[in-house]
Design a protein around this ligand. Structure first.
Ligand code: SF4
Length: 247
């Protein structure tokens, strides 16, 4: 995927999306624990929803131990605006429980001093990291690494844009994106892609006529051709119909 044409396509995508969306200021550096919770909240949700949820955890609970011992219903209350609140609440509490069982505390910051590969390996022991999106979020926001998190929403947009080859798994796709988009553009690229996935390239029918990428997107092109051919097959029938009634 890191062929010049794919890299160029991604550069063009970024330049076009920049015309339409304003990228919000970057999230301040998070601790590893906060980045895990943020990642779980942010997967297939907007940045705003994830920011609000993290703020509610930090302001509405005494500490992370209180979240750990809370009922799932209480945690779900923080996530109310998102999809899959049950699954997210379970994953957050499971992570806090695992962390406490392993460390008797809630501090993973010593990992930020280690080489990134070593930190990632240690983090992979937690079930929350089964999601590559969460792992990439932690890598970017807490370990300050180059990572472009991909969730189902951004995968959908990348597939429609023809960036993803069939049967590419998310970790493989992510590393190919990270090779094609340099670190200094990575954050902006991710955020613009998220905007696209939650604005026009939504689940179900994408809103291609309103999309900035419609001229380079194969899906938009295919839809246009399909609708033109549907119109042209209807037209002769209409004429024939008129001709018949005129007879
Ligand atoms: S043109 Fe349509 S399918 Fe292509 S990225 Fe935009 S919304 Fe998605």
């Amino acid at each position: 995927m890191a062929t010049p044409s794919k890299a160029q396509l991604l550069t063009d995508v970024q330049a076009l999306l920049k015309k339409r969306y304003k990228v919000a200021p970057a999230v301040e550096k998070l601790t590893i624990l906060e980045a895990v919770v943020y990642g779980i909240c942010h997967e297939d949700s907007t940045r705003e929803q994830a920011n609000q949820a993290l703020a509610k955890f930090k302001d509405g609970f005494f500490d992370w131990n209180e979240v750990r011992v809370s009922s799932l219903e209480e945690i779900q209350g923080v996530l109310a605006t998102m999809t899959d609140v049950e699954g997210r609440a379970f994953r957050i509490r499971r992570f806090l429980r695992q962390l406490f069982e392993k460390t008797y505390g809630f501090n993973l910051e010593p990992l930020t001093k280690k080489p990134q590969k070593e930190s990632v390996k240690a983090l992979e022991e937690y079930d929350a990291m089964a999601s590559d999106f969460v792992l990439a979020t932690v890598t970017r926001l807490a370990l300050q690494g180059h990572a472009i998190p991909v969730d189902a929403s951004t995968l959908r947009a990348l597939t429609r844009l023809g960036v993803v080859e069939e049967a590419t798994d998310i970790p493989a796709l992510r590393s190919s994106l990270e090779r094609a988009v340099p670190k200094n553009r990575g954050l902006e690229f991710s955020e613009l892609l998220e905007e696209l996935a939650h604005d026009t390239c939504v689940e179900g029918e994408p809103d291609c006529p309103r999309c900035e990428l419609r001229k380079l997107c194969p899906t938009a092109e295919a839809k246009k051709t399909e609708s033109a051919s549907a119109k042209s097959t209807k037209a002769p029938k209409g004429k024939a119909g008129k001709a018949k009634s005129a007879d």
